[in-house]
Design a protein around this ligand. Structure first.
Ligand code: CA
Length: 450
């Protein structure tokens, strides 16, 4: 970040014109006219593109889910960063849920779907291999990470005082004895199987000595249904993301056992992934998109921009969530409930460009490897992803960190990582993942399906 302001003084100047236009449009929005993408970015000026940087196409359709992970896509659109790099016709398209996003990317925008967008991991790898698309292989590329943090594990209020915190070992017997005492298993939900939120809650249960496959019921349930279940006593835990944690506390639905920023500080979260056929046909447009998203990520991480950022994403066109609900998580403020201390630390909330481990946006292959190692750990897709070597081959096909580097270099961004590995990763229970030796990580885990 250090060189950012000096390198971008000219752009900063250009931004000023765009920013005042956004302000006036927001005011208009308050008076009843919804701001539209074209209104808000109308005044953002394009930079001069060299002939080799002129994109092959100006349009793409990118899907997103209205949660904090999508922020860089929304900001790239609304602050005019896509336009600045020549991508003047980007459509940022709200998806009903992860399954719908997956189905639409198999169609591509030509077929009425989307070309790519925001993904939990390892969805791009699973779609590429035809694993979650009924055997239809749709090769995809992972191009950037969108964010770190912003997720957590919520527990229904009826379990207050039972020791359900990040270290769950004190509550293991309480949870395991549910079938004998309650006539049903402890029930937990995520939003889509075999990806981030499933992995986070599985890691948490297993670290506490609870087998998520046998001791409890763990299943994919739509968020609204999960929250209703937490209210009426039929759902016990929810692996969720901002802004749900705020609502769960504010509406007395439950409390937070912990945040993913506690579980694995600066963990990989959601990613930009685009169909390989689109990227192969439009390499310059891909790099233009990447530069725009990187610039959006840098903008998002500036504390002075967060108020405007909340205004933009809260609008009916995007998240359609009140500003008051979005402000706390973006500031790293979390009420935890159940007697836990409130968290007030910007670094515990979602981060987009840099964190104390380095660059957030760069898609480390070592993080893809953790997701696929965890896939092997739980015996997901055993036939297609049988071992670490197979996982590495899939990653080499899907992860295009080389395009990220080219785009960052062309744009003159600093903070470009020197290795495709972030190195050793350490979890809250002191387990470590060494990307050089994933087998040692698997061997160190007590609860696994391998
Ligand atoms: Ca997430």
């Amino acid at each position: 970040m250090s060189n950012f302001s000096s390198q971008f003084s000219r752009r900063k100047f250009l931004l000023t014109a765009g920013a005042s236009a956004v302000g006036s449009v927001l005011l208009k929005g308050c008076l009843g006219n919804s701001p539209s993408a074209s209104d808000m970015s109308a005044d953002a000026e394009a930079i001069e593109l060299s002939p080799e940087q002129v994109p092959e196409t100006t349009s793409i359709k990118l899907g997103y889910i209205p949660i904090v992970e999508a922020t860089p896509l929304v900001i790239a659109q609304e602050k005019g960063f896509f336009k600045r790099y020549g991508m003047t016709d980007v459509e940022v398209s709200k998806q009903a849920n992860w399954a719908s996003a997956r189905d639409k990317v198999t169609l591509g925008s030509q077929g009425g779907g989307i070309d790519g967008g925001q993904w939990q991991m390892p969805m791009p790898h699973l779609i590429s291999e035809g694993i979650i698309t009924n055997g239809q292989k749709v090769p995809m590329y992972v191009l950037a990470q969108l964010n770190t943090h912003g997720n957590g594990i919520a527990i229904a209020d009826i379990h207050q005082g039972q020791g359900l915190s990040m270290d769950l070992s004190g509550a293991a017997e309480y949870i395991k004895s549910f079938p004998a005492n309650e006539g049903r298993k402890f029930k937990a939900a995520h939003t889509f199987p075999n990806v981030n939120q499933d992995f986070w809650i599985r890691y948490w249960f297993a670290a506490g000595g609870i087998d998520p496959d046998t001791d409890i019921d763990l299943l994919a349930v739509p968020p609204a249904e999960t929250v209703q279940g937490m209210r009426n006593g039929s759902m016990d835990a929810f692996s969720t993301g901002d802004p749900w944690p705020f609502r769960i506390i504010a509406e007395d639905i439950g409390f937070m056992a912990g945040l993913t920023s506690e579980l694995w500080p600066y963990h990989p979260e959601e990613y930009l992934g685009i169909r390989a056929d689109w990227v192969d046909k439009h390499p310059k447009a891909t790099k233009a998109l990447l530069k725009a998203i990187m610039e959006a990520q840098q903008w998002c991480d500036k504390p002075e921009n967060r108020a405007e950022m909340v205004q933009i994403v809260s609008s009916p066109n995007y998240f359609n969530i009140p500003v008051a609900v979005l402000e706390p998580p973006y500031a790293g403020n979390y009420k935890m409930g159940d007697g836990k201390a409130e968290i007030e630390d910007l670094n515990m909330g979602p981060l987009y460009w840099t964190d104390p481990r380095g660059n957030v946006s760069y898609p480390y292959k070592s993080h893809d490897l953790w997701f696929l190692t965890e896939t092997i750990r739980w015996g997901f897709h055993r036939e297609q992803i049988s071992d670490i070597d197979t996982a590495k081959q899939i990653i080499d096909r899907v992860n295009r960190e080389d395009l990220w580097r080219e785009a960052a270099r062309e744009a003159g961004f600093s903070d470009i990582p020197t290795s495709t590995s972030r190195g050793l990763e350490t979890f809250f229970d002191d387990k470590t993942f060494d990307p050089e030796n994933p087998e040692a990580y698997l061997n160190s885990l007590a609860i696994k399906r391998v």
